[in-house]
Design a protein around this ligand. Structure first.
Ligand code: TPP
Ligand code: SF4
Ligand code: MG
Length: 304
């Protein structure tokens, strides 16, 4: 019986400067456990460009490139080409970018990278807003949420648009492998990153990463929230390999979304009517995912 159910090796030093309870901190730790030391990470402007340590100090035990906000996809394409030219084919190249850096300003470079099928992993750690610059909305911020640019101080000033589906976008590029992970389920998380590592071509991981100051909850509840997001079907865990969907966790009795929303100050203004609307949208998305899982077995990349 192994002592640990995920790799024991640590590639993140203690002493980084992320907030207590930072979901993004656990995500990079689990990601590097799965990828191992023969890895180069490219990090654009985001919390983890700062919290991993200002040059010449770093909390990461692997080589890191600090890159411009919009360039993650391009920078990992360049790193891959350089390593290949040097004959260093065994090194894994990974981009570790926030939701703003991925779903907003970096989407063009990401699209180009996947369309060329660059042999690299793009890892999006999603805390659902621009946290490093003071909690502004991104296209990955969910419907109804408070942020400083969606202040929720009167009717209709909360985020009125739904969260962008990055998984659907990358799958539409015919990517070889894409998966969602949550820091609340480390074994599922590590297994998927290991699977991504074993595949050639472009791979995309979308990680659910609660953020105490941005979501307005107490840091000790990070793991509880990371699990609740999955157990309410707000953030389903699934993978798509060569166009075939597989849901990797199906809550036998999903918890009501009210439980998840109620634990976070960013949703405290929501009325019962809005909560019912969010529940309805969540059920619909889950049912669509179940249908995709069934249909795509016969018709990979179906509907795209
Ligand atoms: C071109 C450009 N515009 C704006 C910024 C300022 N900026 C730095 S980090 C950041 C927010 C990043 O948000 P996200 O990618 O979600 O990562 P997080 O901070 O949430 O970890 C912004 C707007 C920048 N560095 N470069
Ligand atoms: S603001 Fe959020 S994402 Fe940024 S370091 Fe703090 S907890 Fe982590
Ligand atoms: Mg963010």
């Amino acid at each position: 019986m192994p002592r640990f159910s995920i790799p024991e090796q640590e590639l993140v030093y203690s002493g980084h400067v992320a907030c207590p309870g930072c979901g993004g901190g656990l995500a990079i730790r689990y990601m590097l456990k799965a990828l191992g030391p023969r890895t180069i990470v490219s990090i654009p402007a985001c919390c983890w460009a700062i919290t991993s340590g200002p040059f010449p100090r770093t909390a990461l035990k692997v080589p890191t490139l600090d890159t411009a906000f919009e360039t993650t996809g391009a920078s990992i394409s360049g790193l891959r080409a350089a390593l290949d030219a040097l004959g260093m084919k065994d090194i894994t190249v990974v981009g570790y970018a926030g939701d703003g850096g991925t779903a907003d300003i970096g989407i063009q470079a990401l699209s180009g990278m996947i369309e060329r099928n660059t042999d690299a992993i793009y890892f999006m750690y999603d805390n659902e807003a621009y946290m490093n610059t003071g909690i502004q909305r991104s296209s990955a911020t969910p419907f109804g949420a408070w942020t400083t640019t969606t202040p929720a101080d009167m009717d209709g000033t909360w985020k009125t648009e739904p969260k962008k589906s990055m998984m659907a976008i990358v799958v539409a590029h015919k990517i070889p492998y894409a998966a969602t992970v949550s820091i609340g389920f480390p074994e599922d998380f590590v297994r998927k990153v290991e699977r991504a590592k074993s595949i050639k071509g472009s791979r995309f991981i979308h990680a659910f990463c609660p953020c105490p100051p941005g979501w307005k909850y107490s840091p000790e509840n990070t793991i509880k929230l990371a699990k609740l997001g999955v157990n309410t079907n707000v953030f389903p865990l699934y993978e798509v390999e060569n166009g075939v969907y597989k849901i990797t966790m199906k809550p036998s009795k999903p918890r009501p979304v009210k439980e998840y929303l109620g634990t976070q100050g960013r949703f405290k203004h929501l009325t019962d009517e809005m909560i019912a609307q969010i529940q309805e949208r969540t059920d619909k998305t889950w049912n669509n995912l179940l249908a995709l899982e069934g249909f795509s077995k016969e018709h990979p990349y179906c509907g795209l």
